[in-house]
Write a protein that binds this ligand. Structure first.
Ligand SMILES: Cc1cc2nc3c(=O)[nH]c(=O)nc-3n(C[C@H](O)[C@H](O)[C@H](O)COP(=O)(O)O)c2cc1C
Length: 192
């Protein structure tokens, strides 16, 4: 059975460096393991996602949330906005049921306008997925403006980190126990 991977990128326009980065990680994972890949971004979510309740989400956005919940593993990415993940990226993640992410293998990525905000992956994205008790790959991937060009990763160091993160995700997928077992181990209330 191929591993069902969802790559979700918080870009609001295309072409997108962030989407390119999550797709690069996914391509690497696909070289290592059989996967069934779905890639989404905030453009796919459409307009009208500024709602307070999940039941009010437009269908395209609701489908993304459901895909994130149902995936065996995730590759997430956000552009850095004002020193953190994009607000609309977080807004969509806010609708994800916490119990669906417990123990889930996840690669964290981000892109920014320069090198100074590289630790957003560690300071913003890792705590967010720590909340979910997901299993984040130790290697996260950040790319600045010159490191992704013409729809590809254009920097050797970033390429190496993409390969490292993908290899770690593959190992986490291999090691992941059935998610039902994780649900039992962590009472629902503790996941909130
Ligand atoms: C509203 C806004 C805020 C931004 N804030 C930052 C920032 O704090 N740090 C940074 O390095 N880049 C910042 N950027 C630049 C984007 O993070 C960068 O261009 C990113 O790679 C865009 O990703 P995308 O091509 O997937 O949209 C900002 C861009 C916008 C539009």
């Amino acid at each position: 059975m191929p591993t069902r991977i969802v790559a979700f990128s918080g870009n609001t326009h295309r072409p997108s460096r962030t989407r390119t980065l999550v797709e690069a990680v996914a391509a690497e994972v696909a070289r290592l393991r059989p996967i069934e890949l779905k890639v989404f971004d905030l453009v796919d979510a459409g307009t009208g996602i500024a709602v307070a309740n999940r039941s009010a989400l437009p269908l395209p956005a609701a489908r993304i949330v459901e895909a994130i919940e149902g995936a065996d593993a995730l590759i997430v990415g956000s552009p850095v906005y004002k020193g953190s993940y994009a607000g609309l990226f977080k807004h969509l993640i806010d609708f994800v049921g916490p119990e669906t992410q417990v123990g889930k293998p996840v690669v964290l990525t981000a892109t920014g306008g320069g090198p100074r905000h590289a630790l957003v992956v560690e300071h913003s994205l890792r705590p967010l997925f720590g909340f979910f008790a997901a299993q984040t790959a130790p290697t996260s991937v950040y790319a600045g403006d010159t490191e992704i060009a013409d729809g590809r990763v254009a920097d050797d160091v970033v390429r190496a980190r993409v390969a490292q993160a993908a290899a770690e995700l593959a190992r986490l997928i291999d090691a992941a126990a059935p998610r039902e077992a994780h649900h039992e181990a962590l009472p629902r209330a503790a996941a909130r």
